[in-house]
Structures are given as C-alpha cells and as structure tokens.
Design a protein around this ligand. Structure first.
Ligand code: GLN
Length: 496
C-alpha cells in the first residue's frame, strides 16, 4: 500500500499498519499534516504545529520499537478547541481566550494520548460551542489572517454544521483519521450528519468533562467523530471511564470495550420511530433518505415500532432556557482579571469587567449570557428556569415510556441538509433546527449520527440513533450493521 492511501484507511487498519511497521507513526503524521496544510481554505484548524505533532509521532514510534505502544499508537486525531491542551493553544474559538495556554490537558485528551493517538492540532468550533453552523468562530483559522467560518468539504458554500464543525470538516476531508467533539444539544451529531461522517455522544457522565471548557455543564458531553461506527467504538472505549475525582458528574461506571458487540445480529431489534420526528418541518429529501435507511434496517431483521415523544417541540424552549442559564454562570469566570482578554484602560473594577467582556465575547455568546441571567433572575426564575427543568424531566420520562416498546429510537438528526453560509443568521431559525437533537441531550441519553444517504444538492443525510442509558455498545453495533451493508460512510467529497 502506498503512503498516498493512508487517509483512506479505517482506524483499525491504520493502527495495524503502524503496529506491523508497514508504515510509521511519523510517516502517517507527515501525510496527514500535508493534507491539513493543503486544505487550509476549509478553515478547520485553529492551531497546527508540525514540530509538536512530529515529536508526538516519534515518541509513538519509539514506544512501538520498545514494545510499549498503546492500542491506537500513531493514529492522527484533532481536538475540538474546547478541550484544553498543554501543547497547543486553546481558545474555544473566542477572542476571550486568544493565545491562551492551558497548564494541563483535558482528561479526554490525556486518555487518547495514552492510547497512542497523535495530535494534529486544534479544530474550529462555534464560539464557546454555541451554535450549529460553525459561523461564529472569532479566531483566524491556520493560514488566514481574519476569523472565518468553517466550510463543508462537500460544498464549500455550505456550513459544516456546528458547533463541532471544524472536527466534522477535518474528518470528512481526511485531514485527520478522527476528531473529538462535544455535544451539548447536538454538536457532535448535527455536524456529523452535515459532513457525512459518524459521531456519537455517550450517556451524560460517561466521558470526563475535566478540561472541557464548560458551556452548559448539565448537558456537555465529549465524543468521537470518525468515518465509521467501528472507528468511533475504538475511540469511545478509550475516552470513557470514571474520572470522579476531577469531574463531580463523572459516572462511576467502568470503562467498556465498545467494539465487543460489533457484528452482533440485530434480528428482532425493535427500532422505535417517533411520529414527532417526522412531522411538518422535516424536509422531503431528508425524509426520503431516512425512510430508505429504516427499510434497510428491516432487511437486516429489525422491526419498526411507532413510538411517541410528545414533547419534542418543547425541547427547543426548554433547552434554550437551561443552556443559557448554565452558560451565564459558567462564563462569569471570564472577568478580565484571572485570565483571558483584559481591556486596555479601565476606569475602575466594574468598567474592567464590562469592557473586557463586551470586547471579547461575540454576539451569540453575549445574547446567551443575557438570556441566562434573565431567566435566573428573581421573579423570572420560577416562570422560566423552573418550568424548563420540569419539561426536561417530562422529556426524560417520555423516553423511558418509549423504551418500554423499543430497543433503540431512530429518526433524522436535522430537519434539512447543510444550509448555505449565512442562511441562518436569525438566531431563532438556527435554534429551531436543533429540534431533533435536543430531546436526547436534555434526557442525557447516548445518541449518534451515521451517514445514510444523500439529500438535496447531493449533501449527506445522517440518521440519528438514540439508546437508553449506557447502551453505547448496542447503538454502535446497530450503526455498524448498517455500515456493513452500505458504503455511505466511505464516500469522499470530490474536492479532496
Ligand atoms: N446548537 C446548540 C446550541 O447552540 C447545540 C450546541 C452544542 O451542542 N454545543 O446550543
């Protein structure tokens, strides 16, 4: 096999090539670095540093030679820029953190590095992970001198989705073998869907949030974005596991090998199809692709069961109260005093806070801080925040009722394929496009997206699979079985 083909390999195959010394971690890193540099116009990377990447790769080659390499030795990955890293700057795509260097690595970053992954660099996202088009990044991507949106490799006039848009674009354009993402209300699933790749958000609490810059702490989860369910299973097995000393919401559930169930028969599997996910508002092209995918599952032996998630629509107002409330609290730490941007000539302390925050936070972040502070304020807390929490509980209960009749739930990830850059400048239109990903987030359930077809403009369509708590292994197998009989996950954009 020629070096030129390394980026077509699955993670298992790539790791095997490296382990068997058919290639080296260094050669692989060089190949992917070259691809990343050649595709800078996509705006996916916020930080690349050849010296650091090659040093990591050489360390992996040395570990291999010494027989001490981890299972993913030499696999090149990128990290969403909300994971703090010691070696690379971390900005959360915000002017607030321009040039920030963390003194430590996020737990997820550490675990992947211990397994042998080599970091190619840091990937763009919506500012502080707020958004679904990756158009709000306020840091200039590598190779550019001004902030720019990430572009979708399938059509560079379209968004890659968000907030993990840099991660999705980098994987789709094969600049990395895989990437980390975070999902608060859909930010792994929706960009995976828009870019034709596979991504999974585990059960809330499975992956440590230590070192993941907080947006809405009761919702934020890390997960892998890669080409296939198998690749995701390999990465997720490394990323998950208790970190209870560092993350108070970490689940004390042992790490699991999520590849173990891959290949199991899905004969007799009951797939719940929620009526509310197919209501008005779902674009016909997406519906057609999802229907075809569900038919394929029937051929694989699964049974489709109609289920109800009656509060699906309410997930939008509930989420857009709870997540800004938590964001307003989390982002209060950026005060211009301890770290981050500080205004030049403050009049007094109040002025320092106000100007530092006004100068460095973008519009969407400021909007959410204001909404959050408002819904938590005296007199409005009961009317908004408390009501939203009640709806959140009811949504979680609805899922448990549905899971009495089915094993997994399937539906679209997003109501449409990726839209044109600039098309969702109206925040409300953008929030509404999250309607199918928010319910599983509010309930804390594991959920994923896998590519299952093509919609309008030949853009990828993702199928969402939602499982019950701690059912990641089953979810990944349900996706894997589909990928064993289809090749949507292997398609590559023409531009690359
Ligand atoms: N689009 C949603 C939001 O803007 C989800 C973002 C996310 O999951 N990080 O909040």
């Amino acid at each position: 096999m020629s070096t030129q083909d390394l980026h077509h390999l699955s993670i298992a195959a790539l790791a095997a090539q490296i382990r068997n010394r058919h290639t080296s971690a260094t050669e692989v890193a060089q190949h992917f670095l070259q691809r990343a540099k050649a595709q800078q116009a996509l705006g996916a990377f916020l930080a690349l540093d050849e010296d650091i990447t090659l040093a990591q790769a050489q360390a992996q080659d040395a570990a291999l030679a010494a027989g001490q390499a981890g299972p993913l030795a030499g696999v090149p990955i990128g990290h969403k820029d909300v994971f703090v890293t010691r070696d690379f700057p971390t900005t959360a795509s915000s002017r607030m953190l321009a040039g920030y260097r963390s003194p430590f690595d996020a737990t997820v970053v550490t675990r992947l590095a211990e397994a042998g992954c080599v970091t190619l660099g840091k990937l763009s996202c919506d500012e502080f992970a707020m958004g679904n088009g990756n158009e709000s990044a306020a840091i200039a991507p590598v190779g550019m001198d001004a902030p720019a949106p990430v572009r979708n490799p399938w059509d560079t006039q379209r968004v890659p989705g968000g907030s993990s848009g840099g991660s999705a674009a980098a994987v789709a354009a094969r600049m990395v073998a895989a990437a980390t993402g975070t999902d608060t209300g859909g930010s792994i699933r929706q960009p995976a869907s828009f870019c034709g790749i596979t991504g999974i958000k585990p059960t809330y609490g499975r992956a440590s949030r230590y070192g993941m810059i907080a947006y809405a702490s009761s919702l934020d989860q890390a997960g892998p974005m890669a080409h296939s369910a198998e690749d995701c299973a390999l990465l997720l097995s490394v990323m998950c596991g208790p970190d209870t000393e560092r993350d108070a919401t970490s689940l004390d559930v042992p790490a699991e090998n999520f590849t173990r169930q891959l290949g199991d028969s899905i004969e007799g599997l009951r797939i719940g199809v929620p009526a509310q996910f197919f209501a008005d508002g779902l674009a016909d092209d997406v519906r057609t692709a999802i229907d075809a995918a569900l038919k394929e599952y029937e051929k694989l032996g699964a049974t489709l069961v109609p289920v109800q998630l009656p509060r699906t629509q309410l997930s939008v107002p509930a989420y857009y109260i709870i997540s800004p409330a938590e964001a307003s609290s989390n982002l209060s730490r950026f005060d211009g005093v301890r770290y981050g941007h500080r205004t030049a000539n403050p009049l007094d302390l109040q002025d320092l806070y106000k100007k530092s925050r006004a100068e460095a936070f973008g519009d969407e972040v400021q909007r959410r801080i204001m909404i959050g502070a408002y819904v938590l304020s005296e007199g409005y807390y009961d009317a908004y925040y408390l009501q939203a929490q009640k709806i959140r509980r009811l949504i979680a209960n609805d899922f448990q009722a549905a899971f009495k009749d089915c094993d997994v739930i399937a539906g679209p990830v997003a109501p449409s394929v990726a839209w044109q850059l600039g098309d969702k400048a109206d925040p409300l239109a953008s929030y509404l496009a999250d309607v199918f990903t928010l319910p599983a987030s509010l309930a804390g359930l594991p959920a994923m997206s896998l590519p299952v077809g093509w919609g309008a403009h030949q853009m990828p369509v993702g199928l969402q699979l939602i499982g019950n708590y701690l059912q990641e292994g089953r979810l990944l197998n349900v996706a894997h079985r589909f990928q064993q009989v289809t090749d949507f996950h292997q398609a590559e954009p023409k531009s690359i």
